[in-house]
Write a protein of this length. Structure first.
Length: 268
């Protein structure tokens, strides 16, 4: 068992939890490594049809560990800051910290973040990496980096751009103000407010896991492309994805199950 992130598999749903409870799941080097390692493993793990990402204890993720801020104020912090630009990057252009958020977009199945307590700074950007965000009504969220004289640098700009208006992203980035679940939904940063975000996220993940897994994966590929591809690329991708699905064993099973009024039995 990892001392930062745990994964429990059940009926095609990967229940992923941040478990650094004593620090409100704050992001230290070990947490970054655990998030990347977990996400990379789930990309290719057989049988995974949906993922739920949550935090144990009082919070989803409080953001960057306080020890990292102290380090930034030292000479060592200046040296490590230079590595943010020169470090090795993924094929998608992310450095290690950015990849801890972007990897959830790269997982080929839907990822639902269940967010309670607080999700500040890097913790908020981690939630943005999910396909959907179920939040508690009393959750506290913030693009908090300006409080520490910083900017969001864990893929926040990439992840916010398809969710909120430009001026909204600017206001949150410039002020670092804290907002709640209902406002997050109104702005487009959360999917829905839930009395129990984790229970609702697991229920939806189970529903998704009951669908044709090839169609779900195709849908995620298209939705990822929707935010960055041009019209011609998206239209062509739609045709290619649909062409691969029509007449495939799982698609035929979906049709037959509906006609026969029974639950489908899909192969991974």
């Amino acid at each position: 068992m990892n001392d930062r992130v745990t994964v429990e598999m059940k009926d095609g749903v990967a229940d992923v939890r941040l478990v650094r409870v004593d620090k409100m799941n704050a992001l230290d080097n070990a947490m970054f490594a655990a998030l990347v390692e977990t996400g990379e493993r789930l990309k290719s793990e057989a049988g995974v049809r949906a993922v739920v990402l949550s935090g144990e204890g009082r919070a989803f993720c409080a953001g960057l560990d306080m020890g990292n801020f102290a380090q930034m104020a030292s000479g060592e912090g200046r040296r490590s800051s230079e590595a943010l630009v020169t470090t090795k990057r993924t094929a998608g252009g992310a450095n290690h910290a950015q990849h801890a958020c972007m990897v959830w977009r790269e997982i080929p199945v839907p990822v639902i973040a269940a967010v309670h307590g607080v999700a500040f700074g890097g913790g908020f950007q981690l939630a943005l990496g999910a396909d959907l965000r179920f939040v508690a009504a009393d959750v506290k969220l913030a693009v908090l980096e300006i409080k520490w004289g910083l900017i969001p640098d864990m893929a926040g700009m990439v992840l916010m751009r398809g969710l909120v208006r430009d001026d909204v992203a600017r206001e949150l980035t410039y002020t670092g103000r804290i907002f709640g679940g209902e406002e997050a939904v109104q702005m487009g940063l959360a999917t829905r407010v839930c009395a129990d975000p984790l229970a609702d996220a697991l229920a939806l993940a189970a529903e998704i896991a009951s669908k044709n897994p090839q169609a779900i994966r195709a849908g995620k590929r298209l939705l990822n492309l929707m935010g960055e591809g041009d019209q011609h690329a998206i239209l062509l991708a739609e045709s290619k994805e649909q062409g691969a699905l029509i007449g495939s064993p799982n698609q035929v099973e979906a049709v037959m199950a509906n006609l026969q009024k029974r639950s489908p039995q899909f192969a991974d």
